[in-house]
Design a binder for this molecule. Structure first.
Ligand code: SF4
Length: 492
């Protein structure tokens, strides 16, 4: 064990599922990394901002050599540092780096920093583990705090760290958990010693609080349509899986009751039914549209630490849109906007929208709640543009509805009504509508990450990323034009 430090992250993995810890030690090559780059970047930004919460700090430089980090921490403590970031401690094969170690009048406070907007049970395990390690290592710990994002904060002027973060005292809870921590550490140490791979039924705990990177491995080979592909099935998928009901055919064979929409998905797959079309429902949407039609799609990013005036943590900030204008004779015109990297895009995008979309025209989005939400926020931010923006907002229709209601469905949509599933299901062999053939940016998360990190890149890289962002977003609205054509064809 001594060559395998149990860190706070590993301990928390073991709390979520002991097998996860066993896999990390014994079969790490089976992990599939699913971390989102923009989420990681936000976490790093929050961590760096929080270090200033109590004033000046000493940062313990990261090292593979944990003993070095511990010795640097002790030096910083002895030389009078008030705040120490990434303070490292070892006790009996346990290691933890405290986000901020804050000097208290007669001891030290542990401060755990989280980029979340609330405190989860796993965070309490995390803090309690740190308390255990530090106390065992002989540190006079007085308090354990958690510092997490206050989602009510609105930035006005300079960043106000005291308002951006909520600071809560969890000392009592950490002390209450000490016996549990000690027992669990002993159990986990025994557990990971097993040479045989442990048997463990999968469950919702594989996704919460964190998505386990061994999920594909533990689920094994699944049929092409399994219970996990059923739309909005949630924890029932795991219950069925653990009973051996895995394929869509198994659902029928065992007479499992699902919602109407879910049964449409299962039956149409099992019976190899052609497209399901409810013409009356599809017509409701088509009759609400009038030309020219403005197909609109936004790309956005989120910042845990708001950079701009009036910004809130994790607000969706639109930085790009694509607009396909479709005329009654089928002619298409394309307009687009992409903010300048490193600059606040909100004013420019709001002005551009007002320029590109006249008042009173019919606009269309796929999942319009998202586009309308962003437009409403821009209207609140820029009163001089509010009337025009709210006019666009009020004349918007939603192309997603027939798919969401399963008024138009085929097997290849795999139960989903996102445009990324609907498009290839309607145009399976059209290379110009294939998101996979795009370069660099293939989905909304990659678009956010690209924009957020673009300012630090070379001018060649920026030019390439901008081109690929434009292609990606342009495909989103071109896809909408094509999807609408299929709807029209379907009702004849
Ligand atoms: S997928 Fe589930 S059972 Fe398998 S290691 Fe991860 S959490 Fe444990």
């Amino acid at each position: 064990m001594s060559d395998y430090h149990l860190t706070k992250t590993k301990y928390c993995s073991g709390v979520q599922c002991p097998k996860m810890l066993w896999m990390m030690k014994n079969k790490p090559e089976e992990a599939v990394d699913s971390m989102n780059g923009a989420v990681i970047e936000n976490g790093n930004i929050v961590g760096r901002a929080a270090r200033n919460y109590f004033g000046e700090y000493t940062l313990i430089q990261y090292s593979e050599d944990k003993a070095q980090m511990v010795s640097d921490t002790i030096n910083a403590m002895e030389s009078g540092a008030e705040n120490i970031a990434e303070a490292g401690f070892i006790y009996d094969g346990l290691y933890c780096a405290v986000d901020i170690l804050h000097r208290n009048s007669d001891g030290w406070d542990i401060v755990e920093v989280k980029s979340s907007t609330g405190v989860k049970p796993i965070h309490v395990d995390d803090m309690s583990f740190q308390y255990f390690v530090l106390k065992s290592a002989g540190i006079n710990v007085k308090n354990v705090y958690i510092l997490y994002i206050n989602n009510q904060y609105v930035r006005h002027g300079e960043l106000d760290l005291k308002q951006l973060f909520n600071l809560e005292n969890y000392t009592e809870k950490a002390i209450e958990k000490q016996d549990e921590i000690k027992t669990r550490i002993a159990e986990l140490r025994e557990y990971i010693k097993q040479s045989e791979e442990p048997d463990m039924e999968i469950g919702t705990f594989c996704e919460k609080p964190y998505l386990c990177s061994f999920l594909d491995y533990c689920r094994g080979d699944l049929p092409s349509s399994s219970v996990f592909d059923i739309a909005r099935i949630g924890k029932k998928a795991y219950e069925l899986y653990n009973q051996g009901i895995i394929s869509f055919q198994d659902i029928i064979n065992h007479n499992i009751k699902l919602t109407d929409n879910q049964m449409t998905q299962v039956n149409s797959f099992v019976d190899r039914k052609p497209e399901v079309i409810n013409k009356e429902e599809v017509n409701k949407l088509l009759e609400s549209l009038y030309y020219p039609l403005y197909h609109l799609d936004f790309e956005t990013f989120q910042q845990a630490v708001p950079e701009y005036e009036g910004g809130k943590p994790y607000a969706q900030i639109p930085f790009q849109y694509s607009l396909h204008i479709e005329y009654e004779d089928g002619r298409l015109e394309h307009k687009e906007f992409l903010g300048k990297e490193g600059e606040d895009p909100r004013r420019a995008i709001a002005e551009s929208l007002c320029q590109d979309i006249p008042k009173g025209v019919c606009s269309l989005a796929f999942n319009m709640g998202f586009e309308k939400g962003r437009i409403k926020e821009l209207a609140a931010l820029f009163p001089d543009l509010s009337e025009h923006l709210m006019d666009i907002h009020d004349h918007m229709q939603d192309l997603m509805i027939p798919f969401q209601q399963k008024a138009f469905y085929n097997n290849d949509m795999e139960g989903s009504y996102s445009i990324k599933h609907v498009l290839p299901a309607l145009y399976p062999d059209d290379p110009e509508l294939n998101y996979h053939s795009l370069d660099q940016v293939h989905n909304g998360s990659e678009a956010s990450e690209a924009f957020l990190t673009m300012a630090d890149k070379s001018s060649e890289e920026i030019a390439k990323l901008r081109e690929n962002l434009l292609k990606y977003c342009g495909l989103d609205t071109y896809a909408m034009v094509k999807v609408l054509r299929k709807l029209r064809e379907a009702v004849g």
